[in-house]
Design a protein around this ligand. Sequence first.
Ligand SMILES: Nc1ncnc2c1ncn2[C@@H]1O[C@H](COP(=O)(O)OP(=O)(O)OP(=O)(O)O)[C@@H](O)[C@H]1O
Ligand SMILES: [Mg+2]
Length: 235
Amino acid sequence: MENPAIIHIDKLTKRFPVGNGEFTALNNVSLQFEKGEFTGLVGPSGSGKTTLLNIIGSLDTPTEGVVTVLGQSIAGLSHKQSAQLRNKHLGFIFQTYNLFPVYTVYENVEFALLLQHIPAAERRKAVLDALEWVGLTDKINSKPPQLSGGEGQRVAIARAMVKRPAIMLADEPTANLDSKNSHHILQTMKRLNEELHTTFLFATHDEKVMAYLDRIISLEDGKVVKDEQIVHAKN
Ligand SMILES: Nc1ncnc2c1ncn2[C@@H]1O[C@H](COP(=O)(O)OP(=O)(O)OP(=O)(O)O)[C@@H](O)[C@H]1O
Ligand SMILES: [Mg+2]
């Protein structure tokens, strides 16, 4: 296959126990994502965007239906296998980017690689490459409290990208950033998408993000209500 789907979602339903009953957060969702997509999930608060990202990221499991990521069914994975999938193949960017405040920028990015047994010289090169991608080479010895919000988010992107994951899952990555930093970060992610063919999947409310997306999937009350390819005018 030329461009095989790397995420398959087939009739996914997710219900959470609440009180004596259940709440249906995702209701019979079927979707496919191909390698190299730059796609956004949009929809009102509570529509199920984060729940869907968490299941694709094997941080949560389906109640019904089948979710296959890079050929592996999420529900069938042992604890260890799902940790391996996350560590090796998935990158996560969250709205609150959770850097370690007492470690340097370099150490925060390197941390993602320490779980894998990578020789020191190779690790150093990977960290420096990742910091160059996000334009933070001059801040490698700074600590997160000394950074602006945009710089902190760029460290979080470098930390997620240093493993060169096949899939990046980003939950509201620009929610805490001003317009200039949002655009800078989106341009960085788009460049990584184009150069490394990393598949990106965002959850977002941010109009600025929409302008960069190639596909927009709208959720409402846990259902897909629209799935559109975006054709950008070439200039
Ligand atoms: N662990 C849980 N237990 C019970 N209900 C949950 C749980 N996680 C999510 N929900 C509910 O599922 C629904 C979907 O939540 P989700 O976080 O996926 O929404 P969202 O689209 O990401 O919203 P937002 O835009 O506010 O981030 C919400 O109504 C939420 O309250
Ligand atoms: Mg959310």
